[in-house]
Design a protein around this ligand. Structure first.
Ligand code: FAD
Ligand code: FES
Ligand code: FES
Length: 488
């Protein structure tokens, strides 16, 4: 395996050696090569001042995505193209169309946030730009500005979407694709740096072998949790094994009545497919973090971190998903809910990793909804996240699975409430009489996000909301923004 990292920057292949495995791309840019256009605001993926764009081969084409450089580890650039705000100017030194649009819309004041906004908009014009307000809000939700106000920036985004811009990156596309293909021609990276180790295998068997040799290694996927261990908790990670280069883990496909999601599938890549089968799951993904975080963060990471307030586990558990774990000695499968043993304790042994998730596809008479309650609409962690999966038979509850995040030390099903509903008519009177059972299912905690009372009340009200939506689908409470979501 190679001991150097290679990526495309400014049209050339850069090769680096002796790299600290957890050196951030932001620190590399600012301190190692003196590119200070990319800013540091929060160093935790929240503000977007550090936004850069990564180019990657995706189904044979070149795809550009905005990411947060502050929590991105430098070795994970291997095989990709890095674009920063400095790279945008034209060959004669003129402004890029995105920068020009920001100037014309008066989209900047102190300018600290501006490079981040410019890079988010740069990725946008290289994707599927739209001037729809909800779309623009999604694109820019990960960029904070404390002085300009968002109106002029949104105006600039709208004008750019309508302009159908061609820039030098479009012109250089064929060459960039060739360079990126050239960089894929090996079996990955493995090196030591000052007694610490970094590996980025490309095959599942190699990952399993390396994890057997390094059972206590830190598995690294999108780094939207692990990055903060370094930048905020100042941890030193001795051995880091990056799984983002393993194509098999990034696959998502429907096989008979199952949707198979590789553990390394990002939120952005999962979004459309999940929304196709379960529209509410798509809405939930939209409520997770920001575009930058969704481009990096993975579904597997959201499960493996074991958080009681991760947003996808309640929905996946309500859907009766199964988890496939793998190690050098083979695979094992379990219902996803069994993975979460207790707060901070998951059924994952050293040397093992999450390989994939099996999500059953919708069946007849099935109603599924998921809701997230958080203080802000975007970029916020849940106080309570609820998911409901109901099958009715002539108005009677044949099956119901109810799962909440934020109500216990793990994502947890409301088994007593479920039992009280199964076999009963799906009626308001029955529902109201069973809500008390939820107090037997959960004793939620009070913390900075919500009090115990607020959590319990919200959980009960979300079940009421689900009832109203399934019995009166045209009611106005169903629609918030582009779909059915709730936030407090
Ligand atoms: C600004 C910000 C906003 C956020 N907002 C939300 C939000 O709204 N909702 C939400 O749920 N989360 C949110 N998060 C948390 C985070 O984005 C998610 O938990 C994400 O899914 C983690 O995935 P990752 O790929 O980045 O994992 P990483 O950070 O790479 O890893 C997370 C953990 O999982 C382990 N791991 C990763 N993949 C595997 C695997 N295949 N097998 C075994 N172990 C593995 C790692 O070792 C680590 O312990 C936010 C984070 C940030 C920084
Ligand atoms: S510095 Fe704030 S998101 Fe990176
Ligand atoms: S222009 Fe000052 S923070 Fe945005």
């Amino acid at each position: 395996m190679r001991q150097t990292i290679r990526f495309v920057h400014k049209g050339e292949i850069v090769e680096l050696e002796n790299i600290d495995p957890t050196r951030t791309v932001l620190n590399y840019l600012r301190y190692d090569i003196g590119l200070t256009g990319t800013k540091e605001g929060c160093a935790e993926g929240d503000c977007g001042a550090c936004t850069v764009v990564l180019g990657e081969l995706h189904d044979g084409s070149l795809r550009y995505q905005a990411v947060n450089a502050c929590i991105l580890f430098l070795p994970t650039l291997d095989g990709k193209e890095l674009i920063t705000v400095e790279d945008l100017k034209s060959d004669d030194g003129g402004l890029h169309p995105v920068q020009q649009a920001m100037v014309e819309a008066n989209g900047t004041q102190c300018g600290f946030c501006t490079p981040g906004f410019v890079m988010s908009l740069f990725a946008e014009i290289h994707g599927n730009p739209s001037s729809g307000r909800h779309h623009i809000d999604n694109v820019l939700a990960g960029n904070l500005c404390r002085c300009t106000g968002y109106g002029p920036i949104v105006d600039a985004a709208g004008k750019l979407a309508e302009a159908q811009i061609q820039d030098k990156f479009h012109d250089q596309q064929t060459r960039t694709i060739e360079q990126l293909k050239e960089l894929q021609q090996d079996d990955g990276i493995s090196y030591e740096w000052q007694g610490r180790r970094y590996a980025a295998p490309k095959k599942l068997e190699d990952l399993a072998r390396i994890l057997k040799e390094n059972p206590t290694a830190t598995i690294l996927a999108g780094a939207t949790d692990v990055g903060l261990w370094v930048t905020k908790l100042h941890q030193t990670l001795e051995t880091v094994i990056y799984i983002g280069q393993i194509e098999e883990l990034r696959q998502m496909e429907s096989v008979s009545d199952i949707l198979v999601i590789g553990a390394g599938v990002s939120y952005s890549d999962a979004w459309d497919k999940l929304a196709q089968y379960y529209p509410d799951f798509g809405e939930l993904i939209r409520r997770i973090a920001s575009t930058q975080i969704r481009n990096s963060g993975t579904i597997g990471g959201n499960i493996a971190n074991g958080s009681p307030i991760g947003d996808t586990p309640p929905a996946l558990i309500a859907l009766d998903s199964r988890l496939i774990l793998r190690s050098h000695s083979g695979s094992r499968e379990m219902p996803l809910e069994d993975f979460f043993i207790d707060y901070g304790k998951q059924d994952l042994v050293p040397g093992e990793f999450v390989e994939k998730i099996h999500v059953p596809l919708p069946s007849a008479n099935q109603h599924f909804a998921t809701y997230k309650i958080s203080k802000r609409f975007d970029q916020d962690i849940s106080a309570v996240c609820a998911a409901f999966n109901l099958t009715l038979d002539s108005g009677t509850v044949e099956k119901i699975r109810i799962c909440y995040g934020g109500m216990a030390g793990t994502p947890k099903r409301a088994r007593k409430t479920e039992a009280a509903l199964i076999g009963q008519p799906w009626s308001e009177a029955i529902l109201e009489s069973t809500l008390a059972a939820m107090a037997e299912d959960y004793e939620p905690m009070t913390d900075m996000r919500a009090s115990s009372t607020y959590r319990m009340k919200s959980a009960q009200n979300l079940l009421r909301k689900f009832f109203i939506e399934t019995t009166a689908p045209d009611t106005e409470t169903r629609i918030v923004g582009e779909g059915q979501v709730a936030y407090g």
